[in-house]
Write a protein that binds this ligand. Sequence first.
Ligand code: G3I
Length: 359
Amino acid sequence: MRRREFVLGALASGIGYAGALDASFTKQIEAKASEPAAIPYGAAVRVDHLKNNFDYRRAILNHCQIVVGEGGLKWIDLRPDRDQFVFDQPDRLLAFAEENGLQMRGHTLAWYGAMPEWTETIATPKEAQTELVRHIETVVARYKGRIPSWDVVNEAIADTPTGDAPIRESMWQNRLGKGYIELALRTAAFVDPDAQLVINDYNFENPTEQCRTRRQAFLNLVRDLKDRDVPLHAIGLQGHLPGDQEIDREGLSRFVAELHGMGLAILVTELDVIDNNLPASNFDRDEIVASRARDFLGAIGDVCRPEAILTWGITDQYTWVPIWFSRSDGRPNRPLPLDANYRPKALMRVIQEFTRGDR
Ligand code: G3I
């Protein structure tokens, strides 16, 4: 389908344009956001801006029931060197959450990315095991009973998995093989037996061979962990949706059904729509963005109710997307539910349809 036809189709299906929503609709959206949600909504937060940007703070408070640090709990932030844990950012975010009756999720304990340079000196399996266990023990113990849900393992599946190499390369995988995943989960469960332990990953939702292979590799991993009673309670579907690709609704629903059938809860953890290849017009772009999210959430919602829906940021003012996917026409990216001036866009309306249980 050509882009224009797609946009017109989306319009016909009744997705409203919110790029220029009037003040009364903005108020309506904010009022609805403060009603108890059927599915809690949350966003990744840059904690420094909570203090220095009033609009940002207000947007988080108006819309969110959950927050997660966009950074702060990553190794690169927490562990500037081997003997130091710097808890400043997560402590501040947790204090903000607790003061305002929000829940905080923990992201993340074992990831290939955002690792400080010193971890390259971790040489042996024994040393890797000691460091991973010490890290998880220290961090999870500090927030025990206060951070109820953790992305224990992030992005474990290889970009293009093969039968021999389903797991993504990382320092952990290189030293410990796929056993690092089990070790991380068991350690987190030992320290906080009440915490919800999550494996979080992305790129499952398009009708491509790569997504099909990734879904299969992920199911194999999860089935193996469940068969061996490794503590794992939920799956985080990140949902960084490429705006120029259709959602494979059937493939995604089947995938979610298999995971749910293993007794796992589903969380949408990092939703946004990567819009670098979408039309320049804000109107067209916002419609496509909303439509992708609707298809993604709809495919999950056809199978089960996600336990939470979080976007990776809340306003286009602060988003990771241009780091990797800036637009060649120089226009700012628009991946998130509020625009850079904090006006709700069509994506916010879609999120509210799902979180309020209208769909
Ligand atoms: O804090 C420094 C700042 O002092 C400096 O001036 C600036 C210059 O570039 O960099 C700032 O740090 C950046 C940091 O984000 C803070 O925004 C880092 O360079 C940048 O690498 C870092 O990127 C983050 C990335 O993960 C790596 O940790 C993104 O914000 C964050 O959105 C992204 O999040 C990941 C999830 O954890 C996992 N799933 C995918 C998702 C998006 O890539």
